[in-house]
Design a protein around this ligand. Sequence first.
Ligand code: ADP
Length: 277
Amino acid sequence: MRIVLLGAPGSGKGTQSQRLVERLGIPQISTGDLLRAAVARGTELGRAAKEAMDGGRLVDDALVLDMIRERLGEPDARRGFILDGFPRNLAQAHALERLLATLHKPLDAVVQLEVDYGELARRIAGRRTCADCGRVFNLLTSPPAANETCPRSGTPHRLIQRPDDNEATVAERLRVYDEKTRPLIDFYRARGLLKVINAEGDVEEVTRRLAQALAALTPLKRRRAKAARPVRPAKRRKPAAKHSRKAKPALRRPPAARRGQHGRAGRGSRGSRGSRR
Ligand code: ADP
């Protein structure tokens, strides 16, 4: 499954992605996490990204796109992925669409996590991350359980606050979200990919809503897969053709039809999907 989680800072994209990773067995790809790792390692990318991140602005598209192209090429992303924090503006969304089209792996869904602005600010103020395992907690809503230990260090989680979770930067991040990222809602709605869920309330409850929104995709995919194998049963019906002389050409037709249908459907459907976008 290839999905994008869309939502303002503090809407729970990271928390819900981590939960989906366990359920779906596909990786979470968070551009924010990748950029923070680059900053921590002091790489060239990290140095270039740091100023924008500290100011709550978006990092240069070209840098983010190079990073995402490389990450999507890694083996664990072959079976699917959850994109968290990417794309973040229309240019990135178009670039992602082109990239996935060349890989013949279009998105299955984009889920928007809806949260009221007052709630976003409250959540961000309480947000803490374990410095060792990277798990996200919230002092107000989802603190670590008593006696809980970090799977990396084996000691209690070492909770730190992200440097860009201060009041001034948060205000700028919310403004940037409204200006640059919010238009993606219409972009993906127009492509029939958008699902909106209420992301307020209990974390577990939000996960349930998210799983429900995504579960609707699976039977649909199965139905499509079945529909793509329509000619096979005809082969099994061969004996019935014995009753008619006209059966001979009919028997010869299905394999040809099958070849034609398969070839055209395979390439044509992708092509038409691509051209619609
Ligand atoms: P949040 O969703 O809470 O703002 P993230 O961890 O996703 O946090 O991102 C942190 C910062 O990293 C952003 O404010 C921005 O500076 C940078 N960033 C993350 N993803 C992108 C992206 N796709 N394009 C540009 N900048 C990004």
